[in-house]
Design a protein around this ligand. Structure first.
Ligand code: GLN
Length: 491
């Protein structure tokens, strides 16, 4: 099956629509037909939003007919993770506890897509409340990796990654709290960037770890990924941690400049020890490619990286235990009250039945680490580690322009392989978590394949607000290796 055969990139597709060569409505027809055909096997989508999508597409076609200007990417279908609210559409967060909930408002990121006339075709599957690294924690369905349907797509934004990897859509949005866009991007052979914390508004994104969460885009190539980030970024007074962007927000101006003379540091602690051998080999090859292209590649030691997983699983669970207190059967979603006769029992039953095992584990861990007598030993200490990590990264930027490491220690594993082993699952995030803990941007790009032809990801990190530079390095690598618009062969 070769989906999107004519629609090579989202930017090209937009150009075709703009020039009148193709109608936005026809593009949507084809997209829904493709989803219909492929999604029985991939399982990326939870809800399809035809009504909204056709409304937007018709608006695009009207504007083209009237020769009006169109914003970048207008008419290009996009998929959105099911923790980003769309007006009048269910938001499930992959959980039973939100059963029946229809969002009365739209997230800022969604409103921006609406303003830019990008039709959202549906909401994608995810680990429950974005907690997980395989999408297996979804209470609603299983999502399969398009490169091998017996394997996980990664997580927690596995639905959004699989939808782009399969070619059902060309671009999508996920959310990244500890790696949930970059890790599935790596496992599905696509591109994903977590921007600087504060760059994309969190308003209308269901909160998991508020000091870490960022809505983040997926694409099949660097340009599409950059264009999608441009579409959703920007200051938003509705998000108290939103920031005025600094530095160049024109991601395209220097994107083809190449990397001659740039200084690239590889993180020694994440060079490949203990990782799948092919991941380590592919990373070494990436170092060589960057060197051959004229970059100076040097080792950089960041010792706090070794503490990142431990500290993250305290900070993220502490914040989650507070954020998820609102799901109590009173205001949102499902309420369980059979056989109970007081409100506390109703809360208990709703939460007991509504949350899955991983979410309960996180709430318990978070509540414990915040409880009196333990706060200093756990939460307080994790915050100190976070500060040290920030300092160590700050110091690194004095020596190098960007840092690199593998995105994930392994390629996509089999469905069920790690489902019963939370610690193994948590370790999937070892290379992505430091980026959220420090607030810097990070992009995952394809850099090779393992012996089973499963994709491997390379991660590029830079100082706060260095997205343009990350796209430039990613683009140079993409151009050199030709690892772009990858299409799994199946079906
Ligand atoms: N896998 C990590 C976790 O389970 C990251 C999740 C995310 O980024 N949303 O917390």
């Amino acid at each position: 099956m070769s989906p999107n055969s004519e629609e090579i990139t989202a930017i090209d597709l937009h150009e075709q629509i703009k020039s009148g060569k193709r109608k936005a409505r026809e593009v949507l027809d084809e997209t829904f037909a493709r989803i219909d055909k492929m999604d029985t096997q991939v399982g990326a989508f939870l809800t399809l939003t035809q009504e909204h999508a056709y409304q937007v597409a018709d608006e695009v076609d009207r504007k083209v007919a009237a020769k009006e200007n169109l914003p970048m990417l207008a008419g290009v279908p996009i998929a959105v993770k099911d923790n980003i609210n769309m007006t009048g559409v269910p938001t499930t967060c992959g959980s039973k506890i939100l059963g029946g909930f229809v969002s009365p408002y739209g997230a800022t990121a969604y409103q921006k897509l609406r303003e830019r006339l990008m039709p959202v075709v549906g909401k994608t599957n995810m680990d429950e409340f974005a907690m997980g690294s395989s999408t297996e924690n979804s209470a609603l369905k299983v999502t399969h990796n398009p490169w091998d349907l017996d394997r996980v797509p990664g997580g927690s934004s596995g639905g959004s990654a699989a939808a782009v990897s399969s070619g059902e859509v060309l671009i999508s949005l996920g959310s990244d709290t500890g790696g949930s866009v970059r890790q599935p991007a790596a496992l599905c052979g696509v591109y994903g960037i977590k921007p600087t914390y504060g760059t994309v508004s969190r308003y209308g994104l269901v909160a998991f770890g508020s000091s870490l969460d960022q809505i983040s885009p997926f694409g099949r190539n660097v340009h599409d990924t950059a264009a999608t980030l441009s579409a959703i970024m920007g200051f938003d007074p509705k998000d108290s941690t939103s920031v005025e962007p600094q530095g160049s927000q024109n991601y395209f101006r220097d994107i083809e400049m190449g990397i001659r003379g740039l200084k690239v540091g590889y993180i020694q602690e994440l060079k490949g020890d203990g990782m799948q051998p092919e991941v380590a080999t592919s990373f070494d090859a990436a170092i060589k490619t960057l060197t051959d292209m004229g970059a100076e590649v040097v080792p950089i030691s960041l010792s706090t990286v070794n503490l990142a997983v431990a500290a993250y699983y305290i900070v993220a669970t502490a914040e989650a235990s507070s954020n998820l207190a609102r799901f109590d059967g009173v205001r949102y979603g499902a309420r369980k009250e059979e056989g109970v006769n007081d409100i506390k029992a109703m809360y208990r039953k709703t939460r007991m039945d509504g949350f899955g095992a991983e979410v309960k584990r996180r709430i318990m861990l978070g509540t414990f680490s915040l409880s009196s007598g333990y706060y200093d030993a756990f939460y307080g200490k994790a915050q100190k580690v976070r500060k040290l990590m920030r300092q160590e990264f700050e110091d690194a930027w004095r020596d190098v322009d960007v840092l690199i490491c593998p995105t994930s220690p392994t390629t996509a594993f089999k469905i069920g392989e790690k489902a019963d082993d939370p610690v193994q699952m948590y370790l999937s995030d070892i290379a992505t978590i430091p980026v959220n803990m420090t607030g810097i941007p990070g992009i995952s790009i394809p850099c090779g394949f393992d012996n089973d032809n499963m994709p491997i990801g390379l991660q590029i990190l830079g100082p706060h607000f260095s997205e343009s530079l990350l796209f430039r390095v990613a683009r140079a690598f993409e151009r050199e290796t030709g690892l772009t618009n990858l299409q799994p062969k199946w079906g």
